[in-house]
Design a protein around this ligand. Structure first.
Ligand SMILES: [Mn+2]
Length: 377
């Protein structure tokens, strides 16, 4: 028997699109009251916050985190946009750290979002760059992750410390709940610098916040060095390391969403305050509280100067990249301090060999030309 479906007519600036929603009554969020946590409620949520979600994703190559069996089912991180797709769907090509490339969804209107939601997409993970120049991020993202032993109040305190620093440097930050456990602060920048440079700025910012509040903030990559502190995850600015966008629904039975906040709200707002229903109400009342983000373009130079000062005065150089990256220029030995030493050098060499073999195997599956300009310049 074919799956039940309905068709929605979705208005876009370039015309009306028909978006099919299959299995609209399927339960996606078990902790919501009956009839409020269906797949159709997910799709309708995104249509209700259209202006906000489109601002968060516009023209950005976007990874889909799909949960076709609902929030508690298995997740599929879908980078490549499926071959079978409507002819109006727009895409963008990106280059991964391995040198491979992929065609990802590139939302330009809410019909793209609704189409993806019908695939079971809960959260959208956009690149911090846009399709006009995918190599130059226009969004510096500060990701605040509470480590075990910390509280959400600690996350708030660190967020305000980030705000104070940005303010001193003449940059404008836009806070949002992650919808899961932490907070994010986004800064709109001119798309003039590489991933390597913007990530290095995120690292400098994290290190400076750690210097000011060492009791609750850390920028250390290795978990054993973080302690019971809030981690400023600078590697979220590395290529292809995306995070859930504003208005994204998170994979929780309560259907919490990543909620854009004003700075005064950070002190009071709880993660659980915002779900697919309460956010709809808030959006109707206030609209997108981050509506000004694209007009508030901040200079990156003050952070580049901070990078230089830290190097000069504190001897701080590069810091580790995530495991799937090739060894990056200036990067220290990517090995936990507790296992560093000559034996670690050997292990690192062996790991590099395995990684290279893996990359070659991947390349066989999706034969592409490695991009000559990728990596540090
Ligand atoms: Mn996070």
């Amino acid at each position: 028997m074919p799956s039940p479906f309905i068709e929605l007519e979705v208005d876009t600036p370039t015309g009306e699109r028909t978006v099919k929603v299959t299995n609209p009554e399927k339960t996606y969020f078990s902790a919501l009251p009956a009839g409020r946590g269906r797949k159709l409620d997910l799709v309708e949520y995104y249509l209700a916050v259209a202006d906000g979600i489109v601002r968060a994703l516009a023209e950005r190559p976007t990874v889909l985190k799909r949960h076709p069996d609902g929030a508690e089912g298995e997740a599929i991180y879908q980078k490549r946009v499926p071959e079978k797709r409507p002819e109006w769907l727009e895409t963008a090509t990106v280059h991964f750290p391995s040198g491979r490339q992929a065609t990802e969804l590139c939302p330009v209107d809410v019909a793209h979002v609704a189409w993806a939601a019908n695939l079971g997409t809960l959260d959208f993970h956009p690149w911090p760059s846009r399709r006009a120049d995918t190599e130059r991020p226009d969004e510096l993202r500060v990701d605040l992750d509470p480590m075990p032993g910390t509280t959400y109040d600690d996350v708030r305190t660190v967020a305000y410390e980030v705000q104070a620093l940005l303010d001193e440097l003449g940059l404008v930050g836009w806070p949002k709940t992650s919808g899961s456990k932490g907070l994010h602060v986004y800064v709109r920048i001119e798309p003039r610098w590489s991933f390597t440079e913007v990530r290095r700025c995120a690292l400098a910012l994290g290190r400076e916040v750690e210097r000011r509040r060492p009791e609750i903030a850390t920028s250390k990559w290795w978990k054993e060095e973080r302690g019971e502190r809030v981690f400023l995850d600078y590697n979220r600015m590395a290529r292809d390391q995306t995070i859930a966008s504003a208005y994204s629904v998170r994979a929780r039975p309560q259907a919490t969403v990543s909620a854009p906040l004003t700075w005064p709200e950070v002190a009071e707002a709880e993660i659980a305050d915002f779900d697919i229903w309460t956010m709809r109400e808030r959006f109707t009342a206030l609209g997108d509280v981050h509506a000004g983000i694209d007009l508030a373009v901040s200079p990156l130079e003050p952070l580049l100067e901070l990078v230089a000062r830290q190097e000069r005065d504190q001897g701080l150089a590069e810091a580790p990249y995530p495991p799937q990256f090739p060894k990056m220029e200036g990067e220290p030995l990517r090995s936990r301090p507790s296992v560093a030493g000559p034996a670690a050098e050997k292990r690192a060499a062996a790991a590099a060999k395995t990684a290279a073999a893996q990359t070659a195997a991947d390349a066989d599956r999706a034969r592409t030309t490695p991009r000559p300009g990728r990596g540090p310049r």
